[in-house]
Design a binder for this molecule. Sequence first.
Ligand code: 13P
Ligand code: SF4
Length: 354
Amino acid sequence: MVCNVRLAEQQALDKARQMADQSPNDQQKQQLKQQIRDLLKQHNAVMVAHYYTDPELQALAEETGGVVADSLEMARFGKNHPADTLIVCGVRFMGETAKILSPEKRVLMPTLEATCSLDEGCEPVEFAAYCDAHPDHKVVVYANTSAAVKARADWVVTSSIALEVVEHLSDQGHKILWAPDRHLGRYVQQQTGCDMLLWQGECVVHDEFSSQALEQMKHLYPQAAVLVHPESPSSVIDMADAVGSTSQLIKAAQTLPHPQMIVATDGGIFYKMQQAAPDKELLLAPTGGNGATCRSCAHCPWMAMNNLQNLAEIFDAKNTEVFVGDALRIKAMKPLQKMLDFSVDMNIRLKGNA
Ligand code: 13P
Ligand code: SF4
């Protein structure tokens, strides 16, 4: 499984670099943006973009009445928006989640090749066998999974709400089978004290952050706060001043008094983080340490596959529409809806772009 994930990552890195090499010039960019604005109007479509996508796409989503958000808010926004078509700029599980929650809408993505190492590392048949072997556990899966894995779960969570959901289940006396991110699972386990079995998946981007290199960086910036996404290794989380989902990290950059922020998550977040905290200096946390080769350099290669060109071609190109079969959709909807209902009950409003 690790080999498959690494292969998928290498292919994504190659593809993202190839796309970057063919990147349009400024004039072409302006033309593409105008084309996209026109298409959105023409098709009554709205953009739903993740913080890790190219800042040009984030700006376009904002400007055209769409949203830039974390995965929980992307799901909520898409479900509640009246547009006929949702243009999901992010990775495949985000498009699938949008389709599961809004089957009556057309869901398009700039490329369906944009996957996620957590999704790739949690094969549904293998996962079902793991669940079957532990029938006394509640199955809680991270949103970064396929529809088939979600369909096998009791609950779906995103990083914004994972602690609260697991705490709630633990209070009811449940043991948890958690998948797929082992770092986030260990963090939730440590914070809640819940009895948890952990699937051993990882995000290839966050797994690269290095506590040793971060230690050295902290010496260079002694006044900086450290903000860490919980998909990072425990040694990095242990050094954090704030741990949280993308939107929670943006909030932390705004509220913490430190003049600089060392941020351990995908660098795409800087676009919205800088808007939220204009007087703070934002620094990317180091990956790999001295002499190590950085594979992703804190940029998700799958998120990087979303660009102005494939967005402008989205209505004409083949394989841009997300489909989820009815039987699977109905099964996957239940644990997703539980998360959305729970977030309303808990009054969790973590929009992050306020
Ligand atoms: P958020 O839910 O925090 O946006 O995280 C999604 C993700 O893919 C992080 O790598
Ligand atoms: Fe998946 Fe990691 Fe990319 Fe997020 S950053 S989409 S977890 S590979």
